[in-house]
Design a protein around this ligand. Structure first.
Ligand SMILES: Nc1ncnc2c1ncn2[C@@H]1O[C@H](COP(=O)(O)OP(=O)(O)OP(=O)(O)O)[C@@H](O)[C@H]1O
Ligand code: SF4
Ligand SMILES: [Mg+2]
Length: 408
């Protein structure tokens, strides 16, 4: 078994599981499970006995449904908790706000976050002759998630791969998405069953046909948006994700570095003045530890803000800090792997709050905009320019430069 296994020349990438041996002949090849290259592969008995060259009838139905969707963007990461769902949700909100027809599909079967992040908890899916109807946030923002189908959201979903794969296929072929400009797909972390299934199902579905189609990933309306954080552990896993995309023939639109430093209005921070308590004669490390533990703390936020306001009248103050490491990790990853950098989004407590509240970081849509819109946009101010730049870059790479200019 090798995560970096290379398929045999000519084996379709979509038929090479991530855990296949080097020189895998492809799971639908006559040699599958029998070739010398299959010796010791964990899939050998399945591959040797599975029927070969059987065309999956679902793929034709999926291709038909998905031909009405111009761009399919899979939000992926090798690492958990890096902000895939937050990025997917905010990207969907932002694209819809810019007038695109948008669908958001949650294929994180065991941990669906999308209903909460879109403010749709407790909603249900209805079915009609045309298929399952997605849940609509706005007229041009349709959402589908297993979270809408669970009687009890606190209950764990314990499904094996084939059942998860079956549901993902149903989401693609049975949901009445209508004609969409963008289908944003929020995936679980890693490179497992769900990822192989969605990549296989979407491979070869309609080429992007927008005015900027020439700028879209070569020959395909399907691409991955990869999310990482600046730490080495995340970057290492994300390298594997890029390698996975290459193996399954999925173009990478680019990488977003999320949680890239901290940026938050100073007004929301607490500033503490620490006064070390006097050490009472004890020596060495024990004395230092007990002194630190006894350090007295005074909240001087109001005084510090008043001083700053006096010194810099009329200014707004933002706290910025490198939390994990001083940049560069994602840049190096992009340079090494030849993929585009889509932008950096800082850690912003207001963005986390927007995700928890199920709303756009840009505030309510224009139709509902009132005082609330201003409040929400100001509250998420620290990450908002970065998020908007990422959305602009995504629009540019899929729809072209003119559309980007209109989107910013
Ligand atoms: N830039 C950010 N600033 C502040 N909070 C953030 C940011 N990005 C994500 N978060 C918060 O971090 C938490 C994890 O984010 P999220 O659920 O989007 O990660 P994920 O990669 O989808 O996780 P999983 O791998 O479990 O699916 C959430 O509470 C989210 O609100
Ligand atoms: S057993 Fe199957 S998955 Fe493993 S190398 Fe052979 S064909 Fe590929
Ligand atoms: Mg998630």
């Amino acid at each position: 078994m090798s995560a970096e296994a290379a398929p045999a020349a000519g084996a379709p990438l979509a038929e090479v599981p991530a855990d296949a041996n080097q020189h895998c002949p492809g799971t639908s090849s006559d040699q599958a499970g029998k070739s010398a290259a299959c010796a010791g592969c964990p899939n050998q008995s399945i591959c040797a006995t599975a029927p070969k060259n059987v065309v999956d009838p679902d793929l034709a139905l999926i291709a038909q449904r998905m031909s009405a969707v111009r761009h399919k963007l899979l939000v992926l990461s090798g690492k958990g908790g890096v902000g895939k769902s937050t990025v997917a949700a905010q990207l969907a909100f932002a694209l819809a706000r810019r007038g695109f027809e948008v669908g958001l599909l949650d294929i994180d079967i065991c941990g669906p976050s999308v209903p909460k992040m879109l403010g749709l908890e407790g909603q249900e899916v209805h079915s009609s002759n045309a298929g399952w109807s997605p849940v609509y946030v706005e007229d041009n923002l349709a959402v589908m998630s297993i979270g809408f189908m669970l009687p009890n959201p606190d209950e764990a979903v314990i499904w094996r791969g084939p059942r998860k794969n079956g549901l993902i296929k149903q989401f693609l072929k049975d949901v009445d998405w209508g004609a969409l400009d963008f289908l944003v797909v929020d995936a679980p972390p890693g490179t497992s069953d769900e990822h192989i299934t969605i990549a296989q199902c979407l491979a070869g579905t309609s080429p992007a046909a927008g005015p900027g189609a020439a700028a879209a990933p070569a020959g395909s309306g399907v691409a991955a948006v990869i999310v990482t954080t600046p730490q080495d552990v995340a970057i290492i896993d994300v390298r594997k994700e890029v390698s996975f995309c290459r193996k399954v023939g999925l173009p990478v639109l680019g990488v977003i570095e999320n949680m890239s430093g901290l940026a938050t209005p100073l007004e929301g921070c607490r500033i503490a003045a620490l006064r070390p308590a006097a050490a009472d004669g004890a020596d060495g490390a024990a004395a230092a530890a007990s002194a630190a533990a006894a350090e007295e703390e005074e909240d001087v936020t109001a005084a510090a803000l008043a001083m700053l306001a006096e010194r810099f009248p009329g200014r707004r103050f933002e706290l910025r800090a490198e939390v994990f490491r001083q940049g560069g990790g994602a840049d190096r990853l992009c340079a090494d792997m030849g993929v585009a950098m889509l932008g950096r989004v800082p850690l912003d407590p207001a963005l986390g709050a927007a995700a928890d509240a199920g709303r756009s970081a840009e505030g309510p849509a224009a139709a509902e905009a009132g005082e609330g819109a201003k409040v929400a946009a100001v509250a998420a101010g620290a990450s908002l320019p970065a998020l908007r730049a990422v959305v602009g870059r995504v629009v540019e790479l899929t729809e072209g430069a003119r559309a980007k200019a209109a989107a910013l």
